[in-house]
Design a binder for this molecule. Sequence first.
Ligand code: SF4
Length: 227
Amino acid sequence: MSNNQIRVSIGGDTQFISQADLKLGTKTVKKPVRAAKKAQGPRNPKPKEWLAKDLSQGYIADYKPFNFVDGEGVRCSLYVSGCMFACPGCYNKVAQNFHYGRPYTQELEDQILRDLGEDYVQGLTLLGGEPFLNTQVCLRLTRRIRQEYGDKKDIWSWTGYTWDELLQDSKDKLDLLNEIDILVDGRFMEDLKDLTLQFRGSSNQRIIDVKKSLAQNKVVLWDKLLK
Ligand code: SF4
């Protein structure tokens, strides 16, 4: 550190910035702060640090029936509101807010169940936001799907948690994991971004066969993975 630099803390990270850059109100101070935030990457929670019971407002950002992009086959996708990971480059930043969108309702749930009843629909996809920080909504819906359709409809979920993190986390997260067939795990990492990947945005993310992984006590990738 040179004499004209001072130490600042940005989001818990120590940065060294020149005194000239710290003239408040000038553009020069904003640039290093923005760059530092980007370099910081997503947040990394301790096990059970973030709990749906404390965070979820029971809101959803969107519901998209009959789409072809959120997993295999024709799918009905529920985008829940609220995520704590704050990945730089997040594909759905507005849905990081737990109050974004509208409340999940019985009417919407009935609509989703009706839509899933169409023969050409393969299953439900949960995205966000973070489904595992909205377990009240996601467990209620997935349990009803299992009650009414058994395993005839499959359930996919995206999550910012890694597989190992989920296994060490709260019971509601494990309960939701047990309702899911395919999990796309891990934060979006901008420096690993690859738009050619199947159903993922960055190469650290995996498409995991949940039932096989739980049965074999190790991560088993989806057997239809192309790239
Ligand atoms: S985990 Fe997903 S929704 Fe959450 S901040 Fe990262 S990219 Fe966005």
